[in-house]
Design a protein around this ligand. Structure first.
Ligand SMILES: [Zn+2]
Ligand SMILES: [Zn+2]
Length: 557
């Protein structure tokens, strides 16, 4: 490629990033190169390289500076650098030779900057004019790119979002509402893209401010209502909506795509809405909570009136029945966990460290349990507002027995039992082990029943119907575990469990005090995906009812 074409290419790349002034400067530089011809170019670049500013060619200081960069480093360097700071989608489309740079500009102008945008755009017709053959190639590229998405866990997503949310709250007062959208808002266990939606009366100025935040390492694209920013090496799609469009932007970015498509099909168009509920009202639907926007079936349920009127939420939660301390593999002391739980306003909590056979890095022995009981009594005096139950997360051994003898367990206030180790067993034997624990009178809760490890293991192939029936019959609760590595029972299983009459608990399974609140909220989101209502949830009840639930099973009803 000749120098002028190379500079026009760089201009396109700048325009893809939304740097229109830079783009115009590069185009002017290309024009100059065309005008002065080959020999003139050599002379011009040579003089710029030597720092001579005087020139008989008319150009602005900005153009001269950009041309000097070319003189010093060469156009290839500049192209390379410009390509590496494009939004990932565009970078990959160039890698695949699926687009030219002017097509890249057209895509950016159509607001197609992420894979989610591309998939949506192929669907909603906004790039239909770019030609059938081109669209076919893009469709193939979109499919190929779907495979190289490396989703992150919901916990990791929040680790990345939290500092930006804090920084926006502190340093961008003009953005008065900020909501994580997309996969995170739907509480997907695996997150493919990070999206934030903010509200500001002057979106363009707000975008400028946020692009200057110290936390933002790079800005890969910016427009009047959007910035694709890099924070801690992660690409974040930040949308700033004017107040009258916040609802519609939230709705469209939340997804899932099939859901958005189905709602749009009902109303013909989404239009602008300040409130998400208006988007649904125009489609003749009641508001559907984000956690339920997974399947088209959710829309049918909304129409039939079979969606529960109230899903469980934070204000229903009285306590947290599953957490670890430094007695086992937790990071913090009992006191640190209790102090945080008191600050969260819980009425009660259970300290539930791992039993001796667990594969955890540290576990408790029966002797240490006695010491832990004394320590809890001391902490209890200092934190009278929250009742501390002394419990355990006891392993279900390979033969279905529990890791500790009954005479150890019966002195505890609450016993949680877990399958942590498959021992090479198939679904049938794992189910039998789980059922043995459910039938044990001292076991009140089966934690993370499928022992799923998000992104690594799908969960044990239990006979869930048998597990639900036994849990309902014996008065054993099944847990919805809020640890981002578990999120188990997941939404679909949680829904089937409560439909079978099972009482569930929603716990943090936390190993550090700073994550107690977040992991409870992830557990709640997972429960909401399963349409769980407050009446299904043990720890949405006051302490005396929890104690009665435990006692009823211990007495054999
Ligand atoms: Zn566990
Ligand atoms: Zn645990």
């Amino acid at each position: 490629m000749g120098l002028a074409s190379a500079l026009r290419h760089v201009a396109d790349l700048a325009e893809i990033r939304g740097e229109d002034t830079q783009g115009a400067n590069w185009r002017r530089a290309a024009e100059i190169i065309d005008t002065v011809g080959a020999r003139g170019t050599t002379r011009l670049l040579d003089r710029l390289r030597r720092g001579h500013d005087e020139s008989d060619v008319d150009m602005s200081t900005a153009v001269r500076t950009q041309l000097r960069e070319v003189a010093l480093g060469g156009a290839d360097e500049i192209i390379l650098a410009a390509r590496s700071s494009l939004p990932r989608l565009l970078r990959r489309l160039f890698d695949l030779n699926a687009i030219t740079s002017s097509q890249g500009v057209a895509l950016a102008r159509a607001d197609v900057l992420t894979l989610a945008d591309l998939t949506a755009a192929l669907d909603d017709g906004r790039i239909a004019r770019m030609g059938d053959e081109f669209l076919l190639g893009l469709r193939r590229a979109a499919e190929a790119l779907t495979f190289d998405v490396q989703p992150i866990s919901l916990g990791r997503a929040w680790d990345l979002l939290d500092p930006l949310l804090a920084s926006l709250a502190m340093e961008c007062p003009a953005i008065d509402v900020v909501v994580p959208s997309g996969d995170v808002r739907r509480v997907e266990p695996l997150v493919s893209s990070l999206v934030l939606v903010g509200r500001a009366s002057d979106p363009a100025t707000a975008v400028d401010t946020l692009c200057l935040l110290p936390l933002v390492d790079d800005v890969l694209h910016r427009s009047a209502r959007r910035a694709i920013a890099v924070v801690q090496w992660a690409e974040m799609d930040v949308r700033i909506a004017a107040p009258e469009e916040l609802g519609s932007v939230l709705f469209e970015t939340t997804g899932a795509r099939e859901h958005v498509r189905a709602v749009r099909a009902r109303s013909g168009t989404i239009g602008s809405a300040a409130d998400e509920a208006d988007v649904y009202a125009r489609a003749g639907l009641p508001f559907i909570p984000p956690e339920l926007r997974q399947h088209v079936g959710d829309i049918d349920a909304a129409l039939d009136g079979t969606l529960p009127p109230t899903l469980v939420s934070r204000e229903h939660i009285h306590g947290d029945l599953h957490m670890h301390t430094s007695y086992s593999d937790g990071r913090d002391s009992i006191e640190a966990m209790v102090a945080e739980c008191a600050a969260l306003g819980y009425e009660y909590i259970a300290i539930t460290d791992h039993s001796a056979s667990a594969a955890a890095s540290r576990t408790v022995t029966p002797d240490q349990l006695a010491r832990q009981r004394d320590e809890i009594a001391g902490v209890q005096e200092r934190y009278p507002s929250v009742v501390i139950l002394h419990g355990i997360e006891v392993d279900i051994l390979a033969d279905g027995r529990l890791d500790f003898a009954d005479d150890v367990l019966q002195h505890l206030d609450i016993v949680l039992a877990s399958l942590h180790e498959a021992a090479g067993h198939d679904g049938e034997r794992l189910t039998r082990r789980c059922l043995d624990a459910i039938r044990h009178p001292l076991v009140s809760i089966i934690t993370h029943p499928a022992n799923r490890l998000v992104g690594r293991r799908g969960g044990y192939p239990l006979d869930f119907d048998a597990v639900y029936a036994a849990a309902a019959e014996t008065g054993t609760a099944l847990e919805i575990d809020g640890a981002p590595s578990h999120l188990d029972l997941d939404g679909d299983h949680a829904r089937a469990a409560v439909a079978a009459g099972v009482t569930v608990t929603i716990d943090s399974d936390c190993h550090r005090s700073s994550a107690l609140e977040r992991q409870m909220s992830l557990g709640l989101g997972t429960a909401r995906r399963g349409r769980v209502e407050p009446r299904h949830v043990l720890n949405a009840r006051p302490l005396h009812e929890v104690r009665a639930f435990i006692a009823r099973k211990r007495r054999g009803r």
